[in-house]
Design a protein around this ligand. Structure first.
Ligand code: AMP
Length: 291
């Protein structure tokens, strides 16, 4: 049974004991409402470390004032059951008051890679992410931390921060888990109605189409952007493309031409849900990209 720890002091004791035993620690930060995507991160950590810690914390710092913090899905009992099933040692589930006590005043900000894409549309979001990830890294002192490629820009931000601040943790990026129909798993998918589903599928299919175009030799980034945009056109006016971008996978700078690797990043709004997905592609003859 996974041990639930809510108190940072208790976590510190557990971490101290693990370190004295020279156990390696793998860490999977989450906001809960766990699904098979999270489960794949836990499995990877379990395979690569002596101990695994999952955190469950819906981080108010990374939600904008008009975003869904209050209605973000919460499912503690089934989350705990999944952790137990995945042989997770500790589920760290602190209260907001412990993580953000009165007087809390310090933020970690990664410049540059947070200015575009999600960062441009959700001001402050990545400051909230970088700050909470730093706090959690300090608490867990993991050897390895596991993140999903699903949130591509987040992986770029976290890797930049870990490198710049010399954080002693290895960041491991794991592939995106999908439902059988191709939709990337996400805790927010529970908001999709039955009628929304085929609309949502336009997103992974657009990425498939773009990937095919690249494989067939298209290197012009604008042409790839158009392939994606066209594939996401819908007769429903509440299905709207937020963006479809072709960027450098390390810097997130927009590309004009795909010479080696490119990250195709797209966000489609379906009703009230913003769906994110991405694909990293390589020009023909170029080896696959590795994070
Ligand atoms: P979240 O709970 O949404 O903050 O996600 C916690 C971690 O799980 C992040 O590193 C996500 O990128 C990762 N994750 C979310 N969805 C998926 C997915 N479909 N496949 C793989 N990893 C995922």
């Amino acid at each position: 049974m996974t041990r639930v720890i809510r108190d940072p002091a208790e976590l510190r004791e557990w971490v101290g004991a693990s370190k004295r035993n020279r156990y390696s620690i793998g860490f999977v930060p989450t906001m809960g409402a766990l699904h098979a995507g999270h489960r794949s991160l836990m499995a990877r950590s379990w395979g690569e470390n002596d101990r695994t810690v999952v955190s469950l914390y819906v981080n108010p710092l990374q939600f904008g004032p008009h975003e869904d913090f209050d209605r973000y899905p919460r499912a503690f009992e089934s989350d705990l059951a999944m952790c137990t099933e995945a042989k997770v040692d500790v589920l760290f589930a602190p209260a907001v008051e412990t993580m953000k006590p009165p007087g809390f005043a310090t933020m970690v900000r990664v410049a540059g890679v947070t200015d575009t894409l999600e960062g441009a549309r959700r001001p402050g979001h990545f400051d909230g992410v970088a700050t909470i990830v730093t706090i959690l890294f300090n608490a867990v002192q993991a050897d390895r931390a596991y993140f999903g490629q699903k949130d591509f820009q987040q992986t770029v931000v976290v890797r930049r921060m870990v490198s710049d601040l010399r954080m002693p943790v290895q960041v491991v990026i794991c592939p995106t888990m999908r439902d059988p129909d191709g939709l990337a798993m996400s805790s927010r998918n529970v908001y999709l109605t039955v009628a929304d589903r085929p609309e949502a599928l336009r997103l992974p299919r657009a990425l498939d189409a773009a990937e095919r175009a690249v494989a067939e030799g298209e290197t012009d980034a604008d042409a790839i952007r158009s392939v994606m945009a066209k594939a996401m056109e819908s007769p429903r006016d509440d299905v709207r493309l937020d963006y479809a971008e072709v960027v450098h996978p390390d810097t997130l700078a927009p590309l004009t031409r795909i010479e080696t690797h490119a990250a195709l990043l797209a966000v489609l709004r379906v009703g009230k849900v913003r769906l994110l997905d991405n694909r990293v592609v390589a020009a023909p003859g170029v080896a696959a990209w590795k994070p």
